[in-house]
Write a protein of this length. Structure first.
Length: 153
């Protein structure tokens, strides 16, 4: 069994959360999200990733800390000339520290990793191997807060 390493260069995601405020600009955040990416480790591979996630965060003033649990679903449809169809499932984690620059923009430092068991389907055999993934990065996120009305009084 061989082990391969993957590093994402571009990862897209959408998250939705609810914050329970404690006052003094503090609160607990709970949410879900979905991420997606495509990587091409060689001209023969075209892996696509779906990354549903759940997270728990803590907010204090302009600082947010989030812990994320990520479900990894990988697929190579084998449509590129010379590629082998494949798939894989696994999980990972991510810890993200965010700083709110203004009302809509956050600066984020993100550390994490994961792994999945990849299977490639050759005509005469199935090859299985572990793939390690890296979710480290520095980025900027765009946020919009929806203030919902209603609830009990």
């Amino acid at each position: 069994m061989q082990i391969r390493q993957i590093t994402f260069t571009g990862l897209n995601s959408v998250e939705a959360s609810a914050i329970y405020p404690f006052g003094n600009k503090k609160g607990i955040e709970v949410g879900v999200g979905y991420g997606w990416a495509s990587i091409h480790p060689s001209r023969y591979d075209n892996w696509e990733f779906k990354l549903p996630l759940i997270f728990l965060g803590y907010k204090r003033g302009k600082i947010t800390l989030k812990g994320k649990y990520i479900f990894i679903i990988a697929k190579d449809y084998g449509k590129v000339s010379g590629s082998i169809p494949g798939e894989g499932k696994g999980n990972g984690y991510n810890l993200a520290l965010g700083y709110k620059i203004n009302k809509y923009i956050n600066f984020i430092l993100s550390l994490g990793g994961g792994s999945y068991l990849a299977k490639e389907y050759y005509p005469n055999q199935t090859s299985e191997y572990n793939v390690n993934m890296c979710f480290n990065g520095i980025g900027i996120s765009l946020n919009y807060v929806f203030n919902l009305k209603g609830g009990g009084k």
